[in-house]
Design a protein around this ligand. Structure first.
Ligand SMILES: Cc1ncc(COP(=O)(O)OP(=O)(O)O)c(N)n1
Ligand SMILES: Cc1ncsc1CCOP(=O)(O)O
Ligand SMILES: [Mg+2]
Length: 373
C-alpha cells in the first residue's frame, strides 16, 4: 500500500494506516499467525523450564506452576489460530542465533528460556489487542507471574549449585590467579571465593570482575570474601563473612533473598547462630593449623564430627586440608571441603581438583543433620 493511498485530510496530513477492505483479511491472517507462533514459543519455553523444576530441582510445586501456565496458554490457542499456521512459508524457522546452539550452563539455558517466554508473552499481549483484548490482559498477567517465577527459580539455582558443590576454592593473590582458577574449573570445581586481604580496591575490582565472568562461563558460583560492596559491584553470587565481618541480617538486607551468604564458624554456638541468622552455608574450621590463617587455633576433627551430626545447612571443612589428609576429614564426616594452598599452589590444579572431587564423591556419606533438601 502506498502512503498516498492512506492520506487523510481529516488528520491534517498524518498518514493513517487503514487497510483497504481487500487487505483486512490478509492482515487478520498475519495476526493469527503471529499469535499462533508466539503461543507455541511461550508453551515450549515453559516446558523446558518445567522439566528443570521437575527433574533438576525435584520441586513438584514449581513444576505444577509451569504446567498451569502452559494450560492457560493452551486455553487461548484456539483452532482458529492453529488453522492460520503456515510453517513451510515461515521465513523465521531457519533463523537461529549462534547462542541458541550453545548453552554453557543450566543457568544460561533457563535464562534464555525465561527470556523467550517473556518475549513471546509481550508479543501476545500486543497483537491479541487486535484479536481478543481479554487474551491481551491475560498474557500481561501471565508475563508478571513468569517474572516472579524467574526470580524464585534463579535464586534457588544458586542454592542448588551450592548443594551440589563438594570442593570450594578460596583464592590467594598471585601472578597465576586467573589461570589457576580456570585450571581448577576445568577439573570440575563449582565454587570459588575471591579472597585478597591486601590489594588495592582498583585491583580487587578488576580481578573480581574477571573471575566472576570466568566462573559463570563454567557454570560455577562466584563469591567474594568480606566485601559486600565488591560483591554487588561485580554481580557476584554472594559473600563470605567471618565472625568479625558484617552481621548476616545486614548483608541479607543489602544482597536480597537470592544471593548466597556464607559464615565462618569455629564452634557449635557460632554454627547455630549462623543457621538461625539465615546463612546459606558455613565454614567449619580451621580443622588444622594453617599459615593461611596464622595464629588461629585449630578446631581439630572433633568440630567436624559435631558438624556432621548437627549442621542443617551445607558446610565446608576448611584449614590445612590437602590431598594427604582429606580422607581423615572425610572419615570425620565431611562431604565438602574448602582449600586455599592445596589448589592455589598446585602445579597441576586440574588434577588436584579431580583428586579431591573423586574422594569426596566416592566416599560421600548420608547427610544426617541436613534439613534443607
Ligand atoms: C569457606 C570459608 N570459611 C572460612 C573463611 C574465613 O573467614 P574469616 O574468618 O572472615 O577470615 P578471612 O578469610 O576474612 O581472613 C573463609 N574465608 N572461607
Ligand atoms: C580462610 C581460612 N579460614 C579458616 S582456615 C582458612 C585458610 C585455609 O587455607 P589453607 O587451605 O591454605 O590451609
Ligand atoms: Mg573475613
Amino acid at each position: 500500500m502506498k502512503e498516498a493511498d492512506c492520506y487523510d485530510e481529516s488528520t491534517n496530513g498524518v498518514v493513517v494506516m487503514v487497510e483497504p477492505y481487500s487487505q483486512t483479511e490478509q492482515i487478520q491472517q498475519v495476526v493469527y499467525r503471529i499469535l499462533d507462533a508466539n503461543l507455541d514459543r511461550a508453551r515450549e519455553g515453559l516446558r523446558i523450564i518445567e522439566e528443570w523444576c521437575r527433574f533438576g530441582l525435584n520441586n513438584a510445586q514449581l513444576a505444577a506452576q509451569c504446567k498451569k501456565e502452559r494450560q492457560e496458554i493452551a486455553h487461548w490457542h484456539t483452532a482458529e489460530l492453529r488453522a492460520a499456521r503456515n510453517t513451510p512459508g515461515d521465513p523465521g524457522t531457519d533463523l537461529t542465533h549462534p547462542q541458541e546452539e550453545q548453552r554453557t550452563s543450566i543457568k544460561s539455558l533457563l535464562q534464555a528460556n525465561f527470556c523467550r517466554v517473556q518475549e513471546a508473552l509481550r508479543v501476545l499481549e500486543e497483537y491479541s489487542k487486535l484479536y481478543n483484548p481479554n487474551m491481551g490482559k491475560a498474557c500481561k498477567q501471565m508475563r508478571y507471574r513468569i517474572y516472579t517465577l524467574e526470580s524464585t527459580l534463579m535464586g534457588r539455582h544458586r542454592q542448588q549449585l551450592l548443594l551440589r558443590s563438594r570442593l570450594y576454592l578460596v583464592t590467594s593473590p598471585g601472578d597465576r590467579l586467573v589461570e589457576t582458577v580456570e585450571a581448577a574449573l576445568k577439573g570440575g570445581l563449582t565454587l570459588v571465593q575471591y579472597r585478597d586481604k591486601t590489594a588495592d580496591d582498583t585491583v580487587r575490582l578488576q580481578q573480581a570482575k574477571k573471575l566472576r565472568q570466568l566462573c559463570h562461563d563454567y557454570g560455577a558460583i562466584f563469591l567474594v570474601n568480606d566485601r559486600l560492596d565488591l560483591a554487588l559491584a561485580v554481580d557476584a553470587d554472594g559473600v563470605h563473612l567471618g565472625q568479625q565481618d558484617l552481621p548476616i541480617a545486614i548483608a541479607r538486607e543489602l544482597l536480597g533473598p537470592h544471593r548466597l551468604i556464607g559464615r565462618s564458624t569455629t564452634k557449635a554456638a557460632e554454627m547455630q547462630a549462623a543457621i538461625a541468622e539465615g546463612a546459606d552455608y558455613v565454614g567449619v574450621g580451621p580443622v588444622y593449623e594453617t599459615p593461611t590463617k596464622e595464629g588461629k587455633a585449630a578446631t581439630g576433627l572433633e568440630y567436624v564430627r559435631y558438624a556432621a551430626k548437627n549442621c542443617s545447612i551445607p558446610w565446608f571443612a576448611i584449614g590445612g586440608i590437602d590431598p594427604n589428609n582429606v580422607n581423615e576429614v572425610i572419615d570425620a564426616g565431611a562431604n565438602r571441603v574448602a582449600v586455599v594452598r592445596s589448589l592455589m599452589q598446585a602445579e597441576q590444579p586440574t588434577l588436584v581438583t579431580q583428586f579431591f572431587l573423586s574422594q569426596l564423591i566416592s566416599r560421600m556419606k548420608p547427610e544426617l543433620g541436613m534439613s534443607y533438601v
